[in-house]
Design a protein around this ligand. Structure first.
Ligand code: SF4
Length: 714
């Protein structure tokens, strides 16, 4: 709660000012920068300032989003009471009325349509405790198998790839402090400078120490300015590019034969496949010049240490899992794992992208990164929860597939927590239509987001300043975010809402927490012995602000900064290489005379996810107040599109209007549009619903469109 009032100060006008400091963490990206909110109160006004606080990850740095993160929490549009839709209008109701409504609707739906007719849709922006209790609520409270979350659209490809290659998925295999000493760094589809800006100094320092940096991206992003070699590939051809790099590395003798013999499997098959393909094919497929490809391969192959980082650019594709695995092949082939300054990093996007995928929100997962289809894992969690393993539902479906089930009326009710799927999902108009078919829809949120507006019942939740809990950052470091101000209006913490609903449904026996720490202590037991073992982590240990890197199996364990020193986490202790055929990576979406351009999407500096919070911050909105389409001037000229004019952008899914912005930093066959905007400017209305076959990630990064000047009508 709020810190003691530490300071009284006399100003020149003799007015007394009271300064209150609030310790917190930024609610936005996965760096989870520690910071302090300074609240200065006087008789006539209260002012605020965010100051970065030293910690091992961001070292006191903040980006523009963090500096203004308090603004949305004070916004006049924040929800302060439960709202029920009556005759198309929201009216305030009491919490008791809200719980009664939800309980009777859920019982009715499950009586008529079965337990699995209720879906739960979670978030990677909530705390570990809330992710854990939401997973338990779905399985024990509602007894439905249908739970998934928005992290499916964000990190699932990297998570699946790392689990398959290494047997464990933790964001970074090494501590951040090793980056500045790595000799060669490959950044694949990541725009750190805009998405995780406070991590940039690690890479800038590496450059100062002489590291060579290779950036793989169709756009010349702010991050690409760091690059010694920028491989500006055609969208969707990352896996083929990795084949070209691997082929050169093998043929020029840069592989680590001892590592391959002792610590890896599958190399011979990969080598045989690569011998059967030509670099010319890869050059043609990727659009990368052979000289550049060979130079990049030699640079990485010759370096004594090296790291590869991937993010949404490579992962949000219909073949994202295999594309990431092919870059992991590169690390394995050159033995750049389990050693100082060598390793892999999946640069998670959302604030709790790592922790939220470890503790049971995914359709196929139980806490501690246990698998819902593994009978041993089911029994372990059933024991912790005090239920029979046979009462645990099985595996459900992925985030987008939940909406397909709603469209078919197989799912008829939804409980949504802190997410905005009508903006974040592909084929967004379809998602909106599918939600419209539900018999009952409850949304928990800070604001009436584009999705919450569709709900029958909206429940107000607390902001990051008000809600205590742990988060697991991009490194896999578990941190404690303290609550520092009282809940706004009648809002409640997510975990309180979930618990109250479970109790209203008659499940009080399983939900009797008095605070977030109670939940964490149960989570610790549930994760004990699992891949993501948090057992040795306690609130008391986290209070020093430094966090602990999992696995941390005992109370005296220091945490694990570097993974794979001795073994990988697969059954045979070896890393797994896999053949990734080039032909599998022809993107499902290819330009045609009707849709001649690639569309790729991403973030910009001032905004976060679907913008519900950052668009409610006046300072951030002022920096970027509308969407745009970045287009190469020569491409624009060919289509008669003027700089700063409105453009009709059309894909096979639909059409929208957006302002053109000339940029010679993007490929001539590709346009870029950010994904932070709803309504008419929601770019996901144009993205198709093709999914990765393994992780069910939609192919956000490769769509096809046509761009035309908007016809003016009077
Ligand atoms: Fe730090 Fe990310 Fe917040 Fe920026 S958005 S302050 S980098 S946590």
């Amino acid at each position: 709660m709020a810190k003691p009032v530490p300071l009284l100060k006399e100003q020149t006008n003799k007015e007394t000012e009271i300064l209150v400091t609030h310790d917190t963490q930024c609610p936005f990206c996965s760096v989870q920068c520690k910071m302090q909110l300074l609240e200065t109160k006087s008789k006539h006004r209260t002012s605020y300032q965010m100051i970065g606080k030293d910690n091992p990850t961001s070292k006191g740095r903040l980006c523009v989003k963090g500096m203004h993160a308090y603004q949305h929490t004070l916004h006049k549009d924040r929800l302060s009471h439960p709202l029920l839709k009556v005759n198309g209008e929201f009216v305030p109701i009491t919490w008791e009325e809200a719980y009664e409504t939800m309980t009777s609707q859920v019982k009715s739906i499950q009586r008529e349509d079965g337990n699995d007719a209720m879906a739960v849709y979670g978030s990677a922006s909530i705390t570990n405790e809330e992710a854990y209790v939401l997973g338990k609520f779905a399985r024990v409270g509602l007894r439905t198998k249908h739970i998934d979350y928005n992290g499916r659209l964000c990190m699932s490809a990297a998570a699946t790839a790392a689990s398959a290659s290494f047997g464990v998925d933790r964001g970074f295999t090494n501590g951040l402090d090793e980056i500045p000493f790595s000799e060669c760094i490959v950044l694949v589809g990541t725009n750190l400078a805009e998405c995780q800006p406070t991590l940039m100094p690690y890479f800038e320092e590496a450059r100062k120490h002489g590291a060579l940096i290779i950036v793989v991206d169709p756009r010349e992003t702010t991050t690409a300015k760091l690059a010694d070699i920028h491989l500006k590939l055609k969208p969707g051809t990352d896996a083929a590019l990795a084949n070209g790099l691997l082929k050169t590395i093998i043929e020029e003798g840069f592989t680590d034969e001892v590592f391959l013999k002792e610590r890896a499997e599958g190399f011979d098959d990969v080598k045989a496949y690569l011998a059967s393909i030509s670099l010319a094919t890869i050059v043609n497929q990727t659009g990368i010049k052979e000289d550049d490809l060979i130079r990049a391969a030699r640079t990485f192959g010759q370096a004594r240490s090296g790291m590869i980082f991937t993010a949404r650019g490579i992962e949000q594709q219909t073949d994202g899992v295999m594309a990431v695995r092919n870059f992991l092949n590169l690390l394995i082939a050159t033995g750049k794992l389990g050693k100082p300054f060598s390793g892999y990093g999946a640069i998670t996007g959302q604030s709790n992208g790592q922790g939220a995928r470890e503790h049971g929100q995914k359709a196929d997962q139980l806490p501690g990164y246990r698998a819902i289809e593994n009978s041993e894992h089911r029994s372990f969690i059933a024991d912790v929860w005090g239920i029979e393993a046979t009462d645990l539902p099985g595996k459900g479906v992925s985030a987008f597939e939940l909406f397909e089930k709603m469209d078919r009326k197989e799912i008829t009710g939804m409980f949504l927590v802190c997410s905005n799927p009508v903006v974040s999902n592909p084929k967004a108009d379809f998602v909106k239509k599918a939600i419209g078919k539900l018999k009952f829809f409850v949304a928990v949120d800070l604001f009436l987001s584009e999705t919450a507006q569709l709900a029958d019942l909206v429940l107000p939740t607390t902001s990051f300043l008000e809600d205590e809990g742990t988060m697991t950052n991009v490194e896999g470091r578990v941190t404690l975010r303290e609550a520092s101000v009282e809940p706004y209006g009648e809002s409640k913490h997510d975990w309180q809402i979930i618990q109250d609903l479970a109790r209203a449904l008659g499940k009080e026996k399983y939900f009797s927490y008095t605070c977030a720490e109670d939940i964490f202590n149960e989570l610790r037991k549930a994760s004990k012995g699992g891949i993501a073992d948090y057992y040795g982590i306690t609130y008391k240990r986290l209070k020093n602000g430094n966090g602990i890197l999992w696995p941390c199996p005992t109370l005296d364990h220091p945490g694990t900064p570097r993974l794979f020193d001795q073994t990988f986490h697969r059954a045979n202790k070896k890393a797994s290489m896999v053949v990734v055929p080039n032909e599998a990576f022809v993107p499902k979406e290819a330009p045609s005379p009707d849709f001649p351009l690639y569309l790729t999407t991403g973030r910009e500096l001032a905004h976060y996810l679907t913008g519900v919070q950052t668009r409610s911050s006046p300072s951030l909105l002022a920096r970027s107040f509308e969407s745009f389409m970045e287009i190469h001037p020569e491409t624009a000229g060919a289509y008669g599109i003027q700089d700063q004019s409105f453009v009709q952008l059309t894909s096979p899914q639909g059409s929208l209007v957006v302002r053109a912005r000339y940029s010679d930093k993007t490929r001539q066959d590709t346009v870029f549009v950010p994904f932070h905007w709803g309504g008419q400017q929601n770019i996901n209305r144009l993205v198709s619903a093709n999914l990765d076959p393994d992780c069910r990630m939609p192919g956000f990064k490769v769509s096809v469109v046509k761009a035309e000047p908007l016809k003016q009508t009077r």
